[in-house]
Ligand binder design. Structure first.
Ligand code: ADP
Ligand code: GLC
Length: 484
């Protein structure tokens, strides 16, 4: 089976968050199941650099205002089809945001291009690569199904899957762009791309794809409610029989404490003592007091409202009053950045915050912190808690979305039965977070129970093995339906 994945970022070529991790790992997990994935991505500079030996498979004289070429090649073990369109993508830095911190003003056509070429390939434009399934990820790829439906491309009719990684980002653009995007006005209906008086990229994908998936079973349920549906719950409820929640995994070769070259000392569940050297290294690197017996909380996150880190900021005094340290790595909203920088300045040796994006430090925090805090208000899946499980840092998480689905709370019954892997709290408030910090401290003071939870965490299967099988089954279901 051939699958065309359509995605705006892919690890290790370009990454702003978990979407890239998923796009970079899922194809590798599907390969052993007989599913060949080619990933269509915009030709940002980092992508073009990685694809030095690619071959040109198609030329476009005018792709929304400039010439473009489709290049096919391999990079980091992935089959990549890259859209070389300098007028759209030859810009350094973040794929979505310009140097002024605002969305690129032409994002509508930048990502319509991605979808239009996906539809072209889906319809069989390149003879030796005709996909059976076109799998679009997030709003940037959302128009794919719309182009397949409304453009007169003819040709093959692939099955279509739309995966929602985060319903908070829907890609809405003015209705006046309909002709600019090369869509007929007949597409601008409630059944098509129209969404609250504008064009909805994600909405189009949700309305027009054969199946809609999201990245955990709990989030799949949450988005059908008015609380979690972010305006799209009506449509999602109408499509409920076609909505699935498939949990993410992580690439367990990238995230492997026994072989990770980005950490100070390798370790595994049978050699937990060695883990301590990573804590010592982390404290030293960040300038935290060299006190390996002190409970050290870590955070690796985008600093946004979604992630609930304003609650953590408010809880810093409570965390310190309980004797803990805090190491945070993140970037994002200015108020949160300022808040955490101030908290670190006020508490030298106890709180350190590194503002920025740093892959190496992210690994060291996972390997060296005792617990990883994820107080998200909503979380479609979340990957940092999966990394934490694998690295024996107990995840302390809000009981929402994928966090609820992946962490087993070490409550009294779990303790009695030795099955907990972390801690959950609800509701997502400062007080509940502080209560969870208190429970973490109590567990820390029972070293035997802590080690049991750590070993349980490290034994958890966070790989792509099971999720990949679910995607494979879903693809087959779509193809069977098409054939019927
Ligand atoms: P989201 O995609 O919503 O940001 P996820 O938990 O799914 O959240 O994925 C986040 C990914 O980005 C993880 O791989 C995490 O390690 C990484 N990450 C987030 N912030 C940083 C940062 N400041 N530096 C390095 N890696 C980061
Ligand atoms: C989004 C979500 C996150 C999820 C990631 C990958 O960024 O916020 O929860 O893990 O996509 O699916």
């Amino acid at each position: 089976m051939k699958v065309l994945a359509v995605v705006s970022e892919i690890f290790p070529l370009v990454k702003t968050g978990g979407l890239a991790d998923v796009a970079g790992a899922l194809p590798l997990a599907l390969a052993p199941l007989g599913i060949e994935v080619t990933s269509l991505v915009p030709g940002y500079p980092s992508v073009m650099d990685a694809l030095a030996d690619a071959v040109m498979v198609r030329r476009y004289g005018d792709l929304f205002g400039g010439p473009a070429r489709l290049l096919q090649g391999r990079a980091s073990g992935l089959e990549i089809a890259a859209i070389d369109a300098p007028h759209l993508y030859a810009r350094p830095g973040n794929p979505y945001i310009g140097p002024d911190g605002r969305d690129w003003p032409d994002n509508a056509i930048r990502f319509a291009s991605l979808a239009a070429i996906a539809a072209d390939l889906g319809a069989g434009a390149v003879a030796d690569f005709v996909p059976d399934i076109v799998h679009a990820h997030d709003w940037q790829a959302g128009l794919t199904a719309a182009y397949l439906r409304y453009r007169e491309i003819g040709g093959a009719r692939p099955g279509t899957v739309m995966t929602v990684h985060n319903l908070a980002f829907q890609g809405q653009f003015p209705a006046a762009l309909v002709p600019t995007l090369g869509l007929p006005w007949s597409a601008y209906t409630p059944e098509g791309v129209e969404y609250y008086g504008a064009i909805g990229f994600l909405k189009a994908g949700v309305a027009l794809s054969d199946r809609i998936t999201t990245v955990s079973p709990s989030y799949a349920a949450e988005i059908l409610t008015s609380d979690g549906g972010m305006g799209m719950d009506g449509l999602l409820r109408a499509r409920a029989p076609d909505v699935r929640g498939i949990l993410n995994g992580i690439d367990d070769t990238v995230w492997n404490p026994a072989a990770d070259r980005l950490i100070a000392r390798n370790f595994n569940g049978a050699h937990l003592a060695e883990r301590r050297e990573n804590k010592v290294a982390l404290q030293a690197r960040l300038g935290l007091a060299a006190e390996p017996d002190r409970l050290l909380f870590g955070v690796v996150s985008r600093l946004t409202w979604q992630k609930g880190l304003d609650l953590l900021l408010d809880a810093v005094p409570d965390l310190l009053a309980r004797g803990a340290q805090l190491a945070l790595l993140g970037s994002g909203d200015a108020t949160l950045v300022d808040g955490f920088v101030a908290a670190a300045a006020a508490n030298p040796g106890r709180v350190r915050c590194v503002i920025g994006y740093d892959e190496t430090l992210a690994h060291l925090i996972q390997a060296g912190a005792d617990a990883i805090l994820v107080p998200s208000r909503f979380e479609p899946c979340g990957l940092t808690q999966l990394c934490a499980l694998r690295y024996g840092a107990l995840p302390v998480v809000a009981r929402v979305g994928g966090l609820a689905d992946t962490v087993i709370d070490t409550n009294e019954m779990a303790l009695a039965n030795g099955v907990g892997t972390g801690l959950q709290f609800a509701p997502v408030t400062r007080d509940a977070l502080v209560a969870a910090v208190q429970r973490t401290v109590e567990l820390w003071n029972e070293p035997e129970a802590w080690r049991t939870a750590q070993r349980n965490a490290m034994r958890t299967d966070v790989s792509w093995r099971r999720p990949a099988a679910h995607y494979a089954a879903l693809y087959r279901e779509v193809l069977a339906e098409r054939a019927a």
